[in-house]
Design a protein around this ligand. Structure first.
Ligand SMILES: [Zn+2]
Length: 460
């Protein structure tokens, strides 16, 4: 049947099934390559005496396949056979199969780390693919660990790749982390950063920590060769520690993830000087790297790794890291502190009825300009929240005009934002300046996309 005569929904279903079958085929191919490589490694020529067979494997105990695969690393004088052997005996846990974890996992698999564990509880989404390069379109909707593990096995079928399809929490972190020699924090989450650091102190594991915010990134190595833990550096969360992990160019977490892989290799092989007690900063816009030496020594008063630390594994399991990470976030005024009357809000569905009725009104969208340019409700006008106050005088005429042509007592002016908070703040500003007839659309565009217009482009 020609593609053109199949309905749109049916076509999508077929395309999804093809993608799924291709993914299964790739996994089977990967498994076959792995088994074949095992045959090659295990098959000694029967006519060769044991002594000659040992010689054929090379003095370093590396198989001919390993020598061929890793020759460009083996030729590095500082790395050599000893570095490769240490690497192949090491086990690394990569926590997070996102933007950072993609680069870390791919490079660690390629260079021949012995066991590579990957932890993630999420599924692959289309919006991940621009930066999470370990995942392919065929895996959209499937667990990230499955996708990342398949990609790593496809690169190197001779290593052991382990999938941990779960969100790492205090109650399961100790059991997972203790199986590995080295831990890589690729979560880009403040709560996870504290949790992994505490966990690694308790289990005495080196932690390769990387993070990105927008077009900047940073990197350091905790709990290795006497370096501090994360809490020595930041005893309590501050607003500046958190940022939007999702708003970035994919290359930025790629750069930091590559550097995390490099630090992991250095720690595993004891080659070079890992970033212990030093912090590397990367600024993508200026293309500059800066290393801050001696960010902090280990703090003797640290509540986790200090001289009088009282953190136990039982206390760790009970600790609420999510609440802790939220505890000192920015305290900007919210609707709770300045409550609006109930009639100053309108639901998405109620606003849809206003639209359908054709009643004259004005819809102001108070998101930042670059958000508005991505997607907006038809005929809405963009005035970013931070500009609202100063633009009010010029808005008065337009607002009065809309009010004049409106009839009855309905509200002629509506505000919308992404999630509903900023539009409430905007209504508050209007009311303080003599415009009591304004309403905020509750839940913002997130609610609009969910309940009214499923076709609205979701970018958050
Ligand atoms: Zn500490």
């Amino acid at each position: 049947m020609a593609m053109g005569v199949i309905g749109g929904g049916r076509t999508e279903a077929i395309m999804r099934e093809i993608a799924s079958l291709r993914a299964q085929r790739d996994e089977l191919d990967s498994r076959i390559r792995f088994l074949e490589s095992q045959l090659r490694v295990g098959a000694a020529p029967t006519t060769l005496p044991p002594s000659l067979h040992a010689a054929a494997r090379g003095g370093g105990g590396l198989s001919p396949d390993m020598v061929r695969r890793y020759s460009h690393q083996l030729l590095l004088p500082d790395f050599g056979v000893q570095g490769q052997r240490r690497l192949s005996r090491s086990s690394v846990l990569v926590v997070g199969a996102g933007g950072l974890g993609s680069a870390v996992a791919l490079y660690l698999a390629a260079c021949g780390v012995g066991s590579l564990g990957i932890v993630d509880g999420d599924d692959v989404e289309l919006g991940n693919l621009h930066r999470q390069v370990v995942h392919a379109e065929a895996y959209v909707g499937q667990p990230k660990v499955k996708s990342a593990a398949a990609a790593c096995r496809a690169i190197n079928s001779s290593i052991n790749v382990l999938e941990h399809h779960l969100k790492l929490k205090p109650k399961n972190a100790l059991d997972v982390v203790r199986q590995y020699d080295i831990v890589v924090d690729a979560t880009n989450s403040l709560a996870s950063r504290y949790m992994l650091s505490d966990c690694c102190v308790l289990l005495n594991k080196p932690l390769i920590s990387g993070s990105t915010t927008g077009l900047e990134g940073q990197l350091t190595v905790y709990k290795h060769n006497g370096s501090p833990c994360y809490r020595c550096h930041f005893p309590n969360p501050t607003a500046c520690q958190s940022g939007s992990a999702n708003c970035t160019l994919g290359v930025v977490p790629g750069v930091i993830g590559c550097l995390q892989a490099l630090e992991t290799i250095k720690v595993a092989t004891r080659v070079g000087e890992p970033l212990c007690g030093r912090m590397l900063h990367f600024d993508a816009l200026s293309s500059s790297f800066k290393t801050v030496n001696k960010i902090h020594q280990r703090s003797s008063t640290c509540t986790v790794c200090g001289d009088n630390s009282n953190l136990t594994q039982d206390a760790f399991v009970m600790f609420d890291y999510d609440s802790f990470a939220q505890s000192t976030k920015s305290s900007k005024p919210t609707a709770i502190q300045n409550p609006l009357p109930k009639n100053a809000r309108i639901t998405c569905r109620e606003y849809k009825r206003v639209l359908d009725s054709g009643r004259a009104h004005l819809l102001l969208d108070v998101r930042p300009v670059h958000h508005f340019q991505i997607a907006s409700i038809a005929n809405s006008v963009n005035i970013p929240l931070h500009e609202l106050q100063e633009r009010l005088p010029r808005l008065r005429d337009a607002l009065s005009e809309v009010a004049d042509v409106s009839h009855g007592n309905h509200r002629p002016l509506y505000f919308v934002c992404q999630s509903g908070d900023d539009s409430v703040a905007a209504v508050g500003i209007l009311r303080e300046n003599g415009f009591p007839y304004a309403s905020a659309i509750a839940g913002g565009l997130e609610c609009w996309a969910r309940e009214v217009d499923p076709g609205f482009p979701v970018y958050w």
